[in-house]
Design a protein around this ligand. Structure first.
Ligand SMILES: Cc1cc2nc3c(=O)[nH]c(=O)nc-3n(C[C@H](O)[C@H](O)[C@H](O)COP(=O)(O)OP(=O)(O)OC[C@H]3O[C@@H](n4cnc5c(N)ncnc54)[C@H](O)[C@@H]3O)c2cc1C
Length: 478
């Protein structure tokens, strides 16, 4: 049994303490909302923001159009150009706000030989870019009166009358079941590169928030676009291998970054009322590839955008009534996990291995079909997943989120019959602009996965050029 319920209430609930969550918390608090931030980790545990070290994309106002072009061309024209517009316009002011907080950044202007042509880039001092920005942002959020709840594993979003009204989860230290009522909820839980055996992401990057949003009815976009690191020297060889013998390639590279994610609009809103997303958990900004350094910039820009808009929504919109039946069900589900018989570690290891072998570097129709069957087999054990302790609930819940995402990534990967940016189909190694300048959108409807193919929002650049194919985290364009 989990000890008594702890019920908390706030205007804006932020899930995640990486760059996106912290930027959202500061912005929401500055806009006058009460803010709570939950993280399944402790304040000193590494998330992706903390380990990010290379640099932050930046452009002065004079270079905003050039940055816009580079982001769209690098994304293979799958980007939602309304998001790119916000990104290119807001980066100068959002980065300036970071330096005001004392984040140690060094500007490389266009004349700097370490910089590539066209836009200004910023690097942290030494290898401190991501780490250097989390401390001052958290200090600022705390000084503004934000409440942080660390070691709180969110297990579900609460939906009443079609709107997200908060979340529930378990305190991984005390075992207490916690419910959080909020006027708006921001998902800033990062990507899910730990779905693959080989990855450079820290443990815990398991895509929880993307799966949570999906289960709450939100649309996901371009989930098949995942960036992998891979030696450039072997890239052509891999791409033209046809996927017949993956073995020679499986000992190199690893999963790096989720380009797709929760579908948002230019205010950071997901497609379910009351729900917002920012950072790596959100999709649509980068399309099929991104510029190196742009992920941290994204967290700062769209974290703040989501924070401001969530605060406005939460403080002006009447909330649907709280539904205790739903939270009782969730508590019972978590308690059942404590007596489940299938060790989550075993299922997770199997899942990560099959994703690496069949839906990682080496994707082709045949391997994807095999992956689909193997994931279905693992999912059949889902109802019996178990945790031997309260702390183990984290692994069991992460395993469930990863099973959902694996199924969706495979579904979307089978549908996109081409290669573009970070998405490589070895049985379709060429880009197909005529058919595939398209977004793949997934939504849950009456318990079923529902896939739609949409034309991307091309607000300014309407003539797609030939897309780049490569690791998905590209250098600046010449
Ligand atoms: C090795 C490496 C180097 C990188 N270098 C760069 C770089 O130089 N420049 C660049 O732009 N980008 C870089 N990136 C990418 C960039 O760091 C990330 O994309 C970005 O930091 C993601 O930030 P985020 O706030 O979205 O998520 P994260 O920083 O990953 O934070 C996620 C947060 O969500 C919380 N969380 C997750 N699930 C739950 C749950 N169920 N309940 C409660 N809390 C939860 C976690 O505890 C964590 O606090 C790098 C990434 C890696 C791995």
């Amino acid at each position: 049994m989990l000890p008594d319920v702890n019920h908390l209430e706030t205007d804006v609930l932020v899930l995640g303490t990486g760059g996106a969550g912290l930027a959202a918390a500061v912005a929401a608090r500055e806009a006058g909302a009460r803010v709570m931030v939950a993280s399944k980790m402790g304040p000193d545990d590494p998330n992706c923001t903390v380990v990010g070290w290379g640099g932050i994309t930046y452009a002065t106002e004079a270079h905003a159009d050039e940055l816009f072009r580079q982001v769209v061309e690098t994304g293979g024209f799958l980007n939602d150009q309304r998001l790119v517009e916000q990104f290119a316009r807001q980066v100068p002011q959002r980065v300036a706000a970071l330096t005001d907080l004392g984040v140690p950044l060094e500007v490389l202007d266009e004349a700097d030989t370490r910089n590539r042509l066209g836009v200004t880039k910023i690097v942290g001092q030494g290898r401190t870019t991501g780490f250097g920005l989390t401390r001052p942002l958290r200090a600022r959020a705390e000084a503004l009166g934000t409440r942080f709840i660390d070691h709180l594993m969110i297990s579900t979003l609460l939906v009443v009358q079609g709107a997200v009204v908060g979340a529930a989860g378990v305190d991984l230290r005390s075992g207490q079941f916690v419910t959080l009522s909020a006027g708006a909820t921001i998902i800033a839980t990062g990507g899910g590169a730990c779905l693959w055996t080989r990855t450079d992401n820290p443990p815990g990057t398991t895509g929880d928030g993307i799966a949570l949003a999906y289960e709450a009815g939100a649309e996901l976009v371009d989930l098949e676009c995942v960036s992998f690191t891979f030696p450039r020297s072997r890239f052509e060889e891999l791409l033209h291998s046809g996927g017949r013998d993956p073995e020679p390639f499986l000992s190199a590279g690893g999963a790096h970054y989720f380009l797709g994610g929760i579908r948002i609009d230019e205010r950071g809103r997901a497609t379910v009322p009351g729900l917002y997303a920012a950072g790596e958990a959100a999709g649509g900004l980068f399309g099929a590839g991104r510029l190196g350094g742009s992920a941290l910039a994204d967290t700062i820009v769209f974290g703040a955008i989501a924070g401001e808009n969530a605060a406005a929504f939460a403080t002006s919109t009447p909330r649907p009534r709280w539904d205790a039946t739903r939270t009782d069900q969730e508590r019972a589900r978590l308690e059942a996990l404590l007596s489940g018989s299938v060790p989550a570690a075993e299922v997770t290891a199997g899942l990560r291995s099959l994703m690496w072998r069949k839906c990682g570097l080496t994707k082709a129709a045949r391997s994807l079909e095999e992956a689909r069957e193997e994931v279905a087999e693992l999912e059949s054990r889902r109802a019996d997943l178990g945790a031997s302790s309260v702390a183990g609930l984290r692994e069991a819940l992460e395993c469930g989120f990863m099973l959902t995402l694996a199924r969706l990534i495979i579904t979307a990967s089978l549908r996109r019959e081409e290669s573009r940016g970070a998405f490589w189909r070895l049985d379709a190694p060429e880009p197909d602009n005529a058919r595939w300048v398209r977004n793949i959108v997934l939504r849950r409807e009456q318990g079923e996965d529902c896939l739609e193919v949409h034309t991307p929002v091309m607000a300014r650049l309407k003539e797609p050029s030939q897309p780049r194919i490569g690791p998905g985290c590209f250098d600046y364009l010449p």
